[in-house]
Design a protein around this ligand. Structure first.
Ligand SMILES: O=P(O)(O)OC[C@H]1O[C@@H](O)[C@H](O)[C@@H](O)[C@@H]1O
Length: 303
């Protein structure tokens, strides 16, 4: 194992190792023992643990860790297309590509280098340019704060001579006790596009979102904080986002779960995807422009 930046004397740090398929994985640890694991395959966060070693992200027991397919769980990155809203493969190609470690990233304003972090980079291959003819640099920083917060910052730069547009999501699989024990706050009264009704637009009526059947929605123009309350585990995920107007909420429920090959039949009960996203209005970058989308996840005790 190599040390890559950070500190290595028990006060937290950054380690790079290989999984059994030879894929490089980066492990971030803070000075209290919280940790996160990021795979270079897809730039995907695969694990985020509290200082007591509790896993906060869901990964399917049937997950396939063999590229090119993204792992079912963690936080796959949907780019440059969310879902099937375009001609590319579902959720775009970034989640299926090998990223590299960016040893010399351009500075990030207002970001401290003191917390354990890793910078990754994705540039399109010649094959990618055949299906999406836009040169870009996608820089991803994943860091773990002293309090155990997981922060993910994406920067997409247009290095082409023509403008391009993309949609985006941090497809965040939260680990929950039971889908029927969970509610989502912060989406009340918002309009949403319902993927189960040909992307038709509806308005959220209820107080908070609870679950009793399949949900596959894009909530539009949400405020920058959304909370996912897990009554049974007595904990609340707080999702803070910036540059990401929309929130995707997905749970496949029983029938769809059975149809998804890399998801156990009953596992829909233990997962809920709540994604900071930019879907309805694609982001457009002129030549030389850069877009930044930030996500911060934290977990707090609740009743
Ligand atoms: O199986 P995939 O490609 O990872 O996608 C899972 C789900 O991702 C969600 O974000 C989409 O809204 C769903 O429609 C989709 O089924």
């Amino acid at each position: 194992m190599n040390q890559q930046g950070g500190e290595s004397d028990g006060r937290g740090g950054v380690e790079v190792s290989k999984d059994r398929n030879g894929i490089e994985q980066v492990i971030l640890r803070n000075n209290r023992g919280a940790s996160a694991r990021v795979s270079l395959h897809g730039g995907q966060v695969l694990s985020w643990k509290t200082e007591r070693g509790e896993e906060l992200l869901f990964t399917s027991s049937k997950a396939i860790f063999n590229p090119p397919k993204a792992v079912r769980g963690g936080i796959p990155i949907c780019f440059p297309q969310f879902g099937n809203r375009g001609s590319l493969e579902q959720h775009g190609f970034a989640r299926n590509r090998m990223w590299t470690i960016d040893k010399n990233p351009p500075p990030l304003p207002n970001e401290s280098n003191a917390k354990p972090h890793i910078d990754l980079l994705l540039k399109p291959s010649e094959d990618d340019l055949k299906i999406w003819p836009h040169s870009f640099e996608f820089r991803l920083r994943v860091s773990l704060a002293a309090e155990g917060y997981l922060s993910i910052i994406s920067r997409v730069r247009n290095v082409n001579s023509k403008p391009f547009s993309f949609s985006f999501a941090y497809h965040t699989y939260l680990s929950i006790s039971d889908i029927s024990e969970v509610r989502v706050e912060g989406l009340e009264t918002l309009d949403y596009l319902d993927n189960l009704y040909q992307k038709e637009r509806f308005t959220e009526q209820g107080d908070a979102l609870t679950f009793e059947s399949e949900v596959d929605r894009v909530y539009l123009d949400s405020c920058n904080t959304v909370a996912v309350l897990d009554h049974e585990r007595k904990r609340t995920f707080v999702i803070r986002k910036d540059g990401l107007p929309d929130v995707v909420v997905w749970n496949p429920w029983e029938k769809k779960a059975k149809a998804v090959g890399d998801l156990g039949d009953e596992e829909y009960k233990q997962m809920l995807c709540v994604d900071g996203a930019a879907v309805e209005k694609p982001i457009t970058l002129k030549p030389g422009e850069e877009w930044t989308g930030r996500l911060e996840l934290s977990v707090v005790p609740s009743t």
